[in-house]
Design a protein around this ligand. Structure first.
Ligand code: GLC
Length: 615
């Protein structure tokens, strides 16, 4: 990121002096004004990160922040864990606070760093669905040197091929972590945050190419290996995957963004700010920001990514500027701004963060928004406009409006489109991106209500028999063949291509509580409860109405379980949703209204003098 990038030039026909973004930062809230402190970021961080990154082994050794058996050996942190130590510490550290000790006593002991080798197909008996979900969630917990550090993606005893579903996925752990936070079980989240932070600095390569420092892994696995020179001892190692082993070799752009969001939720929920204030954690936040805010060739403030870099981790035509990444990016910027402590040399980073927040917010609200009025506007677009104040800036040809959209768009309601590129709008509805735009206040208040209006109006399409479609509609025929590369997993109305994912329930719940409309989530949870436990907590459902358990869906998928639990916990205690939501502050609101009044789309007419927008 260049320090000199502090002037954002916007063709501002009608911008008044008071609309200088400079004033946005001068008159900023305490969150926006960071004063330097005397910590040398590079000195503090790089010492340890470089030591880690030069370890030639393909796994990270545990550090010493909680285990007396962990120590620094040369350039490696090593945790020695004799098997009986691990068992002992599990018994003493994971007893839940709500008196479920007897259930845990019956749990199989962990083997080889992970746990839960039993079949999950326990009978629910008289247990409530919620109790069953808690048991299953606890059984999915993974331990490292005796401490809980995450949950495996799925614990499906019927599955013949595990692939990487026995790993802890960063994005999958978020609902698990939130469920534990809401239940008052904080250790697992704290450990997850701190251990994954160590993995951030790991040297990752694919065919001799390394992605940027600051990338967080997609997933990691705990491995138990014999300790050199002592057969009676084992050591546990964390083995991360940054995409170098993942199917399709996709870099997980969302991991670091989710990590920041979880870190903020941890602080808000526990009241313990000591984790986010740690120097290594602050450095971790900055490394993620630096990677995301780095200068590139792009003209847009949105984050440019490859296909499959988020929850949809296979080719689905979402390369470019997909909404899901933009919503998470925005949310992470807002959360980071709240958590960053001032220090020497961070002014440029803070300035870049603030500039990006404003530009991103404006870009998404203005250009991604779609409702009946906007469709009609696009329908009548002029094209090939060469000028600074073109209405059809991205040269969208009206013929791109797909026929399904005309029926899909209700009279009341709207949504943010899936992606925007030069000469291309992806009109598909992507659920996670829309919901998280509500949660993070990337969408305006009116837009947020309109998105929920649309979900209600299109219930049969988006929810049907099981919440919630990952995107709508599915790609079919030739389009499916070309865009997915004939992917047999993403056939129409299956998996990422229009399948229904129960995990999205928690995001729907946070969004609907934030907008004061919890009844939407209640209705969806009720629907899920009719089948989800009987169906053994599938990863996803297939068909237009989500009537079948997904063709290749895992059963006992942890984030389906955790997503349901978070929804239930939040509906029982809606005030807790604020650990996840962000409200738009007045500075951002002012900056946005200044930009909007300067937008040529609304003020087309004789050109006024151009003014630079100084930030
Ligand atoms: C699938 C999903 C991805 C998830 C992973 C583990 O690959 O697309 O989002 O993280 O499974 O559950």
């Amino acid at each position: 990121m260049a320090a000199s990038e502090t002037v954002l030039r916007v063709p501002l026909g009608s911008l008044s002096q008071s609309c200088y973004l400079a004033s946005f930062f001068v008159n900023s809230t305490p969150n926006l004004s960071f004063k330097p402190v005397s910590i040398n970021r590079k000195g503090v961080r790089c010492t340890s990160s470089h030591e880690f990154s030069t370890v030639s082994n393909s796994a990270v050794r545990g550090n010493s922040f909680h285990s007396s058996n962990c120590s620094l050996k040369g350039k490696k942190f090593v945790c020695k864990c004799q098997k009986h130590d691990v068992e002992e510490s599990i018994r003493s550290t994971v007893l839940p606070s709500d008196g479920l000790k007897s259930d845990l006593d019956e749990m199989p002991l962990p083997v080889n760093g992970s746990l839960s080798s039993n079949g999950n197909a326990q009978s629910v008996g008289t247990k409530s669905i919620e109790d069953e979900a808690w048991d299953l969630l606890r059984q999915s917990v993974v331990f490292y040197c005796g401490s809980p550090i995450g949950t495996i993606a799925a614990n499906d005893p019927s599955s013949t091929s595990v692939l990487n579903y026995d790993q802890v996925f960063i994005r999958d752990f978020i609902p698990s972590g939130i469920a534990f936070l809401l239940k008052g079980e904080y250790d697992i989240v704290r450990n997850f945050i701190l251990y994954t932070l160590q993995l951030q600095s790991w040297e990752k390569t694919m065919d001799c190419h390394s992605p940027g420092q600051g990338l967080m892994p997609c997933s990691f696995k705990v491995k138990t290996v014999p300790l050199d020179g002592d057969a009676s001892m084992t050591e546990e190692v964390l083995d991360p995957d940054f995409g170098e082993a993942a199917i399709g070799r996709v870099a997980p752009v969302d991991s670091g963004l989710w990590w920041i969001i979880l870190l903020r939720a941890y602080g808000k929920c526990t009241g313990d700010l000591s984790v986010q204030e740690r120097v290594d954690v602050q450095t971790g936040i900055k490394m993620i920001l630096k990677l995301c805010l780095a200068d590139g060739f792009d003209m847009f403030p949105t984050l440019l990514v490859t296909d499959g870099s988020c929850m949809i981790d296979r080719r689905m035509g979402i390369h470019g500027h997909p909404l899901e990444i933009q919503a998470l990016f925005y949310s992470a910027l807002v959360c980071a701004r709240e958590m960053l402590t001032p220090e020497d040399g961070s002014d440029d980073l803070i300035r870049a963060l603030n500039n990006r927040l404003v530009a991103l917010n404006f870009h998404i609200r203005e250009y991604y928004w779609l409702d009946l009025k906007k469709i009609n506007e696009i329908y009548r677009y002029q094209t090939e406009e060469y000028s600074y104040d073109a209405v059809n800036k991205f040269n969208i040809y009206p013929d791109q409006i797909p026929s399904w959209l005309v029926d899909f768009m209700p009279n009341r309601g709207g949504y943010l489109i899936g992606n925007l590129q030069p000469a291309h709008m992806d009109f598909r509805f992507f659920t996670l991106g829309n919901l998280w735009s509500i949660v993070s206040s990337l969408a305006t208040n009116d837009q947020s209500h309109a998105i929920l209006d649309l979900i209600e109006a299109k219930w049969a399409e988006l929810v049907a028999d099981m919440p919630l479609k990952i995107c709508y509609p599915a790609m079919e025929g030739e389009e499916w063949r070309i865009i997915t590369g004939s992917d047999p997993k993403n056939t129409p109305w299956s998996y990422h291509n229009g399948g229904a994912w129960p995990t999205l329930l928690w995001q729907l719940t946070v969004a609907s509580i934030k907008m004061g409309r919890p009844e939407i989530a209640e209705k969806a949870v009720e629907l899920a409860e009719r089948r989800i436990s009987l169906d053994k907590w599938p990863e996803y459902y297939d068909t237009k109405r989500a009537r079948f358990i997904g063709k290749q869906a895992r059963l006992y998928q942890t984030w389906s379980i955790a997503g349901y639990l978070v929804a239930k916990l939040l509906l029982a205690n809606p005030a807790a949703a604020k650990f996840l939501t962000s409200e738009e502050d007045s500075d951002l609101r002012n900056a946005f209204s200044c930009m909007i009044s300067a937008n040529p789309r609304r003020t087309r007419g004789p050109k006024k003098a151009q003014q630079p927008f100084i930030v």
